[in-house]
Structures are given as C-alpha cells and as structure tokens.
Write a protein that binds this ligand. Structure first.
Ligand SMILES: Nc1ncnc2c1ncn2[C@@H]1O[C@H](COP(=O)(O)OP(=O)(O)OP(=O)(O)O)[C@@H](O)[C@H]1O
Ligand SMILES: Nc1ncnc2c1ncn2[C@@H]1O[C@H](COP(=O)(O)OP(=O)(O)OP(=O)(O)O)[C@@H](O)[C@H]1O
Ligand SMILES: [Mg+2]
Ligand SMILES: [Mg+2]
Lengths: 227, 227
C-alpha cells in the first residue's frame, strides 16, 4: 500500500542545507504494523510527513495505493489526507481556541458530516482515549498527556485506513501508553495499516516490524522473530 | 529550600471545577534531586508551575528559600524566576520567530547581560545539549527532540540554583536522554536542586528520591534504598 523509492528530503534554511532524508526506501503491505525508531534528528518526522502527504520529497518516488503521489492533484491529496490517513503530530497541532470535542470534529467538518453525528463521533473517540470528562476543555486547560490523547482521538475519528503516529505516547505514563497500544493493536487487527514513530523500546517490542533510521538513512528494517 | 504545605490548586473552567492539586505537602533541602511521577492528569505540571512561581496555589503555603512566596511582590518573583529557577516546559514554549541561539539568550536579556557575552553563553549551552550545529535554526526548522533540547539549554543558561524540568526527555531517544541525565547529575553534584517530572521509569531509577502523585495527592514520597 505504501512504497517509497530512494527518497531524499533536503531543507534549505537560507544559509545551509540539511539533508534530513538521504535515499530512503520502504515498502509496506496493507495491514502492516511498523515502528520507526532512531536518534533525535535522524529524519523520522520528516519521513512520516512525506508518507502522510504533508510534505513532498526533494528526490525519489512515493507510490500510495498504487498511484504515484506526485501525479495527484492537491485536491486529491487533501481528500486522501482527510479520509484515508489519520496523522498524530509530535507536537499535537491542536487548535488552541477550540474545545477538545471541537478539535476532534475538525476532520469531519471537511468531509461535511452532519453536526449531530460529528458531535457524537467526537465524543465517542475522546471516550476511547479516556477523555470523556474533558470534552469542553481547551488545550491550555488540559495536561500535556491529555492534549496528546486529543490529537490521537482526532486522528482516529474518520476511521482511516492508515494511521501515522509521531511519538504518540511521549507524554503518557506507562498505563496510558499501554491503553493507546491496545487501541492501535485492535485497529491493526481490523485491517488498519499503522506506522508509529517512537523512542520507547517498551512500546516497540509490541510492534511486529521495526525500521531504524540514522542520519537520514535506513540502517535496519526487519521483523521480530517472535512476531 | 522548598517547602509547600497543604497546597490546593482548583481551576474554574466556567462550568466545572477541576481540583488539580488536593492538599499537597512537600519539603526539599537545598541540593536534593527529586523525580515527580504519576499518571497523565495527576497534577505534576500544576505542581511544578507553582514551585516555579508561574502560578499561585488556591489554598496553602509555599515557602521558598525561607520566605513565604505570597508575601513577595511580582517584581521580586520575576527576579527569582529569572536568576534562581531554570524551568523546562513540557511543551517547550520556544519563541517561534527566533533562532535557537536567540531563544537561549532570552533570560540573559532580562538580566541585561551584554550582547557578546549573551551570544557566547547561549552557544555554549546549546553545545552542551548537542546542538552546536543548529544555532541559527528556528523552532520549526528543528526536530521535536531538538526543540526540547533548546528548552533545556535555555533553562540552564543563567546557572540557576533550582532546575524544574517537566518531562525533559519525552521526545528524546535513550542515548540523548542519558546525556541530559548526565548533565543534570553533574549540576546536582555541583549543588543545584533539581526536580524532574517524568513518565520514564528508566530515568527515575537514576534519581535518589521519588514523589508519586495520583489525582492531585501525594501517594508516595521516599528515597531509593540504593541511593
Ligand atoms: N487551566 C485549566 N483549567 C481546567 N483544568 C485544568 C487546567 N489545567 C490543567 N487542568 C486539569 O488539571 C489536571 C492536572 O493537570 P496537569 O497538567 O498538572 O497534569 P499532569 O500530571 O502534568 O499530566 P501529564 O502527565 O499528562 O502532563 C488535569 O486533569 C487537567 O485536565
Ligand atoms: N524546516 C527545516 N529546515 C531545516 N532543517 C530542518 C527542518 N526541519 C527539520 N530539519 C532538520 O532535519 C533533521 C531531521 O528532522 P526530523 O524532525 O525528521 O527528526 P526526528 O527524527 O523526527 O527527530 P526527533 O526524534 O527529535 O523528533 C533534523 O536534524 C532537523 O534539524
Ligand atoms: Mg520527530
Ligand atoms: Mg504535565
């Protein structure tokens, strides 16, 4: 379902160039569950942004569900992002003046889901991550881990085929982290393709395949023997 | 050096009340190194904000360096925050339009440190956290873990007596986390009082005293036998 071939991403900050990805190739079947790991600054978020169609490679190809992403129009990519990909951002990206419930409703607005259904699905998504009693809190009225869970709920609410989660448990205690992993595992068993960027080796042991990055290159990509 | 007695913090969100801290008492000698742990939403950041003089308790007393905090003027508190307390925020709170170096210079501006000295101390603080090659990048040109390390560098640059760090390694891989812990341990050996909020049990094993919160109350507070 996902295939990237020799992808480079070079940033120009005006006075230097940073090659965040240097020839990354990766291939995933539909329904796989993959962890992406590596040191801080190794290119994990950059990779995930490209896979999520939030950024384009400087060089190389990305084939998503059988079609080259660079051949699709911006409108087509917007629909793909909205309906087929659920993205959990490393820094949450919540709208600060909206409540938790309204933040989770956002993707459904774009898809023109009727108001009563939007509210109900948002409420139910927030309950699934343990925030049923925080629906009307704004992000600055929530703890760091609660904000992270709102970002997770928002990524799930459109029932996407692909979940891309950038360090979804970085602000969660071990019990809340396990609950999120249980949720991801249940979705994966139902056929959802999941890629989780994580620094947490405890989390990664529950994920069947691990891709390791270092300085913008893949240095390992394999299945765990016990998976 | 720090003593809080029966501290409550109640938030009013307009339609509900959230008691984030419900009678927390804590006492630290100068030079101690303490981990604060507990589930997401248990009150850790709220506690740290009060200790850092960024927030006031609804009820209870806070005695800092021998004087009641509520008896000090806002100006006095601002000087204490600037010169004696280094605060690492859970969500970094970097200024988005300034470079990493300029962000780290911020506390020194307030203290009227001359420009050449400011730049040099900021550069040196960023090198200490492994970001010597990212001085001129803005936050959105940095990875999540790099932003976190800029926030750490900024907290250290005034050589504070007290460091309050809210999940300082949440976005760091294990090697970068260890480097930050080595840094904190060296500062503690030089006499700095350090309180680290963390979800990471691996990190906490290196910290001699652990305070655990649950639902806004202290449920454990003790020294590790082996420390
Ligand atoms: N401004 C606010 N208004 C209302 N409730 C708030 C506000 N800020 C925090 N809260 C609530 O207070 C409780 C404690 O929040 P706090 O940020 O201290 O938790 P925490 O232990 O740091 O959690 P985490 O590990 O997720 O960062 C949470 O349940 C949160 O929803
Ligand atoms: N807009 C940008 N301009 C310049 N350099 C950038 C930009 N965004 C990221 N970088 C650099 O690209 C590299 C990879 O960044 P990326 O965010 O992908 O790392 P990461 O693996 O997600 O790290 P972390 O674990 O710290 O989140 C970093 O060294 C970073 O400084
Ligand atoms: Mg990242
Ligand atoms: Mg917190």
């Amino acid at each position: 379902i996902i295939r990237i071939v020799d992808v480079w991403r070079i940033y120009n900050t005006g006075f230097t160039e940073v090659a965040a990805l240097r020839g990354v190739s990766l291939s995933l079947e539909s329904g796989e569950f993959v962890a992406v790991m590596g040191p801080s600054g190794s290119g994990k978020s950059t990779l995930l942004n490209i896979l999520g169609c939030l950024d384009r490679p400087t060089r190389g190809r990305y084939v998503l569900a059988g079609q080259e992403v660079q051949e699709r129009s911006d409108d087509e990519l917007a629909v793909i992002r909205n309906r087929h990909i659920g993205f959990v951002f490393q820094t949450f990206n919540l709208l600060p003046r909206m409540t938790a419930q309204r933040n989770v409703e956002q993707p459904m607005l774009y898809a023109r889901v009727p108001a009563a259904e939007r509210r109900e699905r948002a409420r139910e998504a927030l309950e699934r991550v343990g925030l049923g009693d925080r629906l009307h809190h704004r992000p600055n009225e929530l703890s760091g881990g609660q904000q992270q869970r709102v970002a997770i709920a928002r990524a799930l609410v459109m029932n996407p085929d692909i979940i891309l989660a950038d360090e979804p448990t970085g602000n969660l205690d071990s019990r809340a982290s396990e609950e999120i992993m249980d949720l991801f595992q249940a979705l994966n068993e139902a056929g959802v393709t999941i890629i989780v960027v994580t620094h947490d080796e405890e989390l990664a042991v529950r994920i069947p395949r691990v891709v390791r990055l270092r300085d913008g290159k893949v240095v390992a990509d394999g299945l765990r023997e016990e998976a």
